[in-house]
Design a protein around this ligand. Structure first.
Ligand SMILES: [Zn+2]
Length: 288
């Protein structure tokens, strides 16, 4: 078990929340951490306090040390689900070994960034996911609910998380090969979709048993109806697909389960090998 998962479980245990009903009561976690020297402060970018004035506008949170006290400033203009994840991300930087003294924390962080190349940012995101969606109850819910993005939406509501972060947690905790892909179309500066712009892979997040690498930038062929129906008409869609539509070897069979994203034109999709949806998602005997 990585440092981040052990640290999250230890903290949940210390606050007495290991078996609590979701969502995790973040105020109890922060009350406890206040006694350890971490103070939570909210800010709005146009009215940011002095120590973070320079850094505050385009980030989710800023961690500043003053003497023995750390101040975690959280951008209150973000969605509440994002604020929760950002708070836990900042807590990760406060608690995890090797994060103390990171030189960029006072410039602020963008939490839940699957594209970041900074290993300690990824670690803080995994810590945040483990705090916001604790492993045991999340796996229990996964075992009780059918496979697919509707369940991910449901879990996001139960745990008060974004659909994207719940989908990544779902992929990490399932006992089957699975990946999440995020597809997007191109936008003009003022936010309108460029007509007939291609649907492209923005990123793939796969678990360790998922055998393929779907490359960012892969263009989805217009004849790939599964993705396009979801993208244009905003239908939930699922079905089998030839992997060549995702840039893989022709003849690779995949099962795809798609949800339109919260803005027109994007798609979040679960991808698993084979011609059918995965069964027996959680192995009850597995010790993690
Ligand atoms: Zn960070």
């Amino acid at each position: 078990m990585g440092d981040e998962f052990a640290t999250a479980e230890k903290l949940l245990g210390e606050v007495g929340l290991l078996n609590s009903k979701p969502p995790v009561p973040i105020e109890l976690v922060m009350e406890y951490l206040a006694t350890k020297g971490l103070k939570l402060c909210y800010y709005t970018p146009h009215d940011a306090p002095r120590p973070i004035k320079e850094a505050a506008s385009d980030v989710d949170e800023v961690l500043v040390y003053e003497g023995k006290t750390a101040f975690l400033f959280v951008n209150q203009s973000r969605a509440v689900t994002r604020q929760r994840f950002s708070i836990f991300h900042g807590v990760g930087h406060f608690l995890l070994p090797n994060h103390r003294g990171l030189n960029y924390l006072a410039q602020g962080c963008t939490a839940m960034d699957p594209l970041t190349l900074k290993p300690l940012e990824r670690q803080a995101d995994r810590f945040a996911a483990a705090m916001n969606m604790p492993q045991d109850p999340f796996r229990n819910h996964m075992g009780l609910l059918p496979f697919g993005m509707p369940t991910v939406e449901n879990l996001a509501q139960i745990y008060f998380a974004s659909i994207e972060s719940a989908a990544i947690r779902y992929v990490d905790l399932i006992d089957k090969p699975l990946a999440l892909i995020c597809l997007e179309r191109e936008y003009e500066e003022h936010g309108l979709i460029i007509p007939d712009s291609p649907l492209k892979v923005r990123y793939q997040v796969g678990n360790t048993s998922f055998p393929f690498r779907i490359k960012p930038g892969t263009v989805i062929p217009p004849e790939s109806e599964l993705f396009w129906a979801c993208s244009k008409d905003e239908y939930y869609t699922e079905g089998s697909l030839n992997g060549s539509d995702l840039g893989l070897k022709p003849g690779t069979n995949l099962w795809i389960n798609c949800l339109p994203q919260n803005h027109v034109g994007g798609v979040l999709a679960l991808v698993s090998p084979g011609n059918d949806p995965p069964q027996f998602l959680i192995d009850p005997l597995k010790v993690i």
